[in-house]
Structure formats: structure tokens, C-alpha cells
Design a protein around this ligand. Sequence first.
Ligand code: GLT
Ligand code: MN
Ligand code: MN
Length: 389
Amino acid sequence: MDDAYKGKKEDKFSFGLWTVGNVGRDPFGDPSRKPIPPTRIVKKLSELGAWGINLHDNDLVPIDATRQQRNKIVREFKKALKDYGMIVPMATTNTFSHPVFKDGGFTSNDPKVRAYGLQKVMQAIDLGVELGAETYVFWGGREGAECNVAKDPIDALKRYREGLNYLCRYVRDQKYKLRFAMEAKPNEPRADMYFPTTGHYLAFIETLDFPEMVGVNPELAHEHMAGLNFHHGVAQAIEVGKLFHIDLNDQRFGRYDQDFRFGSEDYKSAFLLVRLLEDQGYDGPRHFDAHAFRTEDEKGVWDFADGCMRTYNIFKEKTARFAEDAEIQGILKEIEGKNPEFEKHLGKYSKKKAQSLKRAKFDIDAMAKPGLGYERLDQMLTELLLGMR
Ligand code: GLT
Ligand code: MN
Ligand code: MN
């Protein structure tokens, strides 16, 4: 395979310890491979050309570790980061695995669980900052419901807000350089999760005490699970300056949470996304939140990781090719260039402009007549992606 597409540090590719560390467990089956020690993950990812490694508190430090055990694990992990030139750009908290969180962390009906949740997140934030993280992700894995009469959804939202406001104040108090990135998901593991889409979070963030500290971490698979167009959601986040992080993977519509290798299912969506990120100059981490098929052994895991990075870089090259394709660019120019004389009616409202626009004549049947030629354009994109242009 061509080395030109291999991951390089400047590509800012990152993986979670939980992604390449996924042991192939699913609701119906036991692990199909052995856990890989975190220090080995750091080494292998670095060799493959990744730049960063992200983690939940308990991906690294077991939930029942003593202070001494924790410090030893962290010391060894930091050494591996240094030895292999890797960084921890993002960290997060596991508030979903232990059954104490079976009805949520922030949104639990039980104040004791909510208090423990806050304590756990503060400790995990301390760990993340100690490892150098500048982005802190919140994925509310258990913040949702099956029995929808047991929890008032308005109370749930208020509790989530209260928790985030508390933690923003904690970060400010500690003088940490840390931003929060909220990750939406419509369902799994709960039947219904609060904040099912990135758009829900974008609205919610504006109601927080420190909205400037909080952005989003959209995940491709999660938006596809909700039947949405990922690249549109990401565009909306970029447009309001809220794309703090991104989870790249792939997913068939209408299925369970698959977390497939980036770009392995829907080439057109992956292309549109990479083009958007590159054209908009997104300079945050390109984080792969995916895992190898359950059929794989450790070698398959590294094939998977290499594949995510290669595919991103291949789509990046396709983006450049798209921009240099004279015929495609000619069509795009033509689409944009029609009827410039009507620009004067658009833009900011003024009384004068509105009066003039109300007098303007439009022959809507004539306007509707010409075809737009999008079939030809879309076929050109298809042929470009299939390697024919
Ligand atoms: C979990 C989830 C992911 C989240 C991770 C961060 S954990 O694997 O499915 O989408 O990004 O908490
Ligand atoms: Mn997922
Ligand atoms: Mn994710």
C-alpha cells in the first residue's frame, strides 16, 4: 500500500484507549481478543503515525485503584507518552460502565449518585489536565431513560445544566486551560438519551453560565443512527464556532451503534465531511472513535487504526482533486454566478429595500423552467470518488 497516505504527526490523528483497546465484547458475546496494555497502545499508535491518545479515567486507572496504584500507572503512562512522542489532547469520564450510573450520572433522580458523579468527573478532569488534555468530552451514556414516567425530562435537563455549570466553575477555579465538548447520541445504551443530536446540544450550550467554555464533539455514527446528515450538523457547529472536537467513524443507517473504521461505509458522506473540515481550516484533533471488527486479533486492530488514517488522507487528496477539476469547478461557478442583479434585493433589511422588493416582478414559471444540472455534477463526484477522474 502507498505510504503517502500513512498518518503523520501533523495530520493530528488521535484514537481513544477504548477504541484500539476494544476487546470485541458485544451484548451477545464475550471478548474475542486480549486487552492491550495502554503503554503498548501508545507505542504502536505512534509507530503508525498517530499524534494523540485520548482516554476515560478508567481506561487507564481502574475504578477501584488506590492513590498509590493510580500514581504508578500515571507515571508509567506519562513515560510512554514522552518516549514515543505522543500527547493526550482530550480526556473524558466513564460515567456509564459501573451500575451505580444505571439511571444516569448528572440526571439521576438520586442526589447521592449525582454527587458521586460530580466527584468522579472532577477527579477525572484533574487526571486529564495532568496528562496535558485541553479538551474534555462529555458523552452522557446513561443520561436517558427506558421508563419515561420515572424521570421528569425537564428535571433531567436542569440537573444536567447544574452539573455542567458546577464543573465549568471548578475548571475556572483551578485555572485549568480546558474546554468542554458535548457529544450527542440518540439511543444506546439507553432506550432514549437526552440530547439526542448535536443540534440539541448547540441550543442547550447557550443556556449555560459559561457558554464560551463549551462546544460540541459530534460523532458521525451517532448522527447517522438518528438518520441525520452528519456534514450538515458539523457545518452548523463550525458556523457558530462550536466545533471543539470530532469523533470520526462510520455507520450504516438504521443499525445498532457500529463504530466502524472511518470511511468504510459511506464514501460520499466521508468525502463531504473531510472537504468541510479541510476547507474550513478546522485545526482540532481528528479523533477516530471506532474499533476493529470482533473478528480481529491484535494485528487486525493495527490494520484498523492504519486504515482510519489512510482513508482520511485519501479523502483529503480527493478534496484537492475536486478543487482542481476544471470541469467540476466550472459547473460550481456557473451555479453561483446566476442573476447577480438580484443581489441588491438581498442581505440586511431596510424599509427602502423591502418596498423596492415588494414592487419587483417575478415570472416564477420561467424561473422554475431550467434544469439545474445537478445530476451531471453528482455523477462527476461519483466518478472522482471511484477513481475515474
Ligand atoms: C463510548 C461511546 C463513544 C464516546 C466515548 C466517550 S465512550 O465508546 O460510544 O461514542 O465518544 O465517552
Ligand atoms: Mn459510537
Ligand atoms: Mn464518540
